[in-house]
Write a protein that binds this ligand. Sequence first.
Ligand SMILES: [Zn+2]
Ligand SMILES: [Zn+2]
Length: 156
Amino acid sequence: MTSSQNCPCGQGQYAACCQPLHLKQQVAQTAEQLMRSRYSAFALQQIDYILQTTALGQQSALDRAAIADWSQSNQWLKLEVVQHQPKLDKTHALVEFKAHYHDGTQAHIHHEISHFVLHQQQWYFLDPTLDMQITMKQPCICGSGKKFKQCCAQFI
Ligand SMILES: [Zn+2]
Ligand SMILES: [Zn+2]
C-alpha cells in the first residue's frame, strides 16, 4: 500500500487520512476519526495501533495474537459510520458503524456501537468484550483518576 492510495476507511487518500495517525504524527481529533483509523489499522494490519488506542487500563488484557489473526484472516471491504455522538458527557463519545469484510468464503457486516473516552487530549476505545473483573470502586481504566463506577463503567 502506498500513501497515494485510497484510505481503507473511505475518506480520501491514505496519506491525508489515517496514515498520519498510524505514524503518530497526529492524534485523532474526534472519536469518529479514531474509530476510522482503527478500522484502517485492521485493514492494514497495524496491530500496535489497535493496542495503543484501546483504553490505557485495558491494553494489558488484549490478546495481540487474536487481534492480528482477525486482522489478517479477513479482507476489509468498507466502513460505514452510521452515527457519531461526540459528547455523551465531557469525556465520552459514541460511534455506531458497520464494517464490511470478507472472510474468504462470504461477506459479512460487523455492526457495532462503540464507546470512546478522552484522556489527556487523546481518544481511546473502550473495549466491552474484555473480562477484567474491575470493581466499581477501582480507579477507572481510562486513567481519569475517578472511580470506575463514576466514569467509564456507564459506557461499557
Ligand atoms: Zn482513513
Ligand atoms: Zn474512565
